[in-house]
Design a protein around this ligand. Structure first.
Ligand code: SF4
Length: 149
């Protein structure tokens, strides 16, 4: 069976914007018996840890890939190029390992699947996919949001 690409923070890697990991028992259970490839698109793109929180403004990851939306941090700094680069690196890692599925961190502007913060940094949610999710889906990789503990 093919390995599953998984958000590295869900495997306990301290790569989140706040410098922490988010090891998940529910994810470990969901991946039991499967090989997995832990990957953090934002770190792979060279962003530091910790880093300013970022959100997508003006759309979701599909809109970012199509040039209609941007990713900015909470100081207004544009990090769109890094997020797109991280998505491309995640796709490359998935292809190299033969992953056809991914299990990714909910709500992240990179890894969020189906639900995201809305770009106002107020904790408000909207429908949509992160930049990495959008790129993986466009290349035939099935992405699911990680189950909650
Ligand atoms: Fe986790 Fe994805 Fe954010 Fe990296 S980019 S910290 S893997 S949610």
């Amino acid at each position: 069976m093919e390995p599953v690409l998984v958000s590295a923070c869900l495997r306990g890697v301290p790569c989140r914007y706040d410098g922490r990991g988010r090891a998940s028992g529910a994810v470990a259970e969901a991946l039991a018996g499967r090989r997995s490839v832990a990957f953090c698109p934002e770190v792979a793109a060279g962003l530091p840890t910790p880093r300013r929180p970022a959100e997508i403004v003006g759309g979701d990851g599909h809109d970012v890939l199509d040039g209609r939306a941007r990713v900015v941090d909470d100081t207004g700094h544009d990090v769109t190029a890094q997020f797109v680069d991280g998505a491309e690196r995640a796709l490359e890692a998935a292809r190299r390992a033969g992953c056809t599925e991914a299990l990714l961190m909910p709500r992240s502007p990179s890894c969020g699947c189906g639900t995201l913060y809305d770009g106002t940094f107020t904790g408000t949610l909207r429908e949509g996919d992160g930049v990495t999710v959008a790129l993986l889906e466009r290349h035939g990789i099935t992405v699911r949001p990680a189950p909650r503990d």
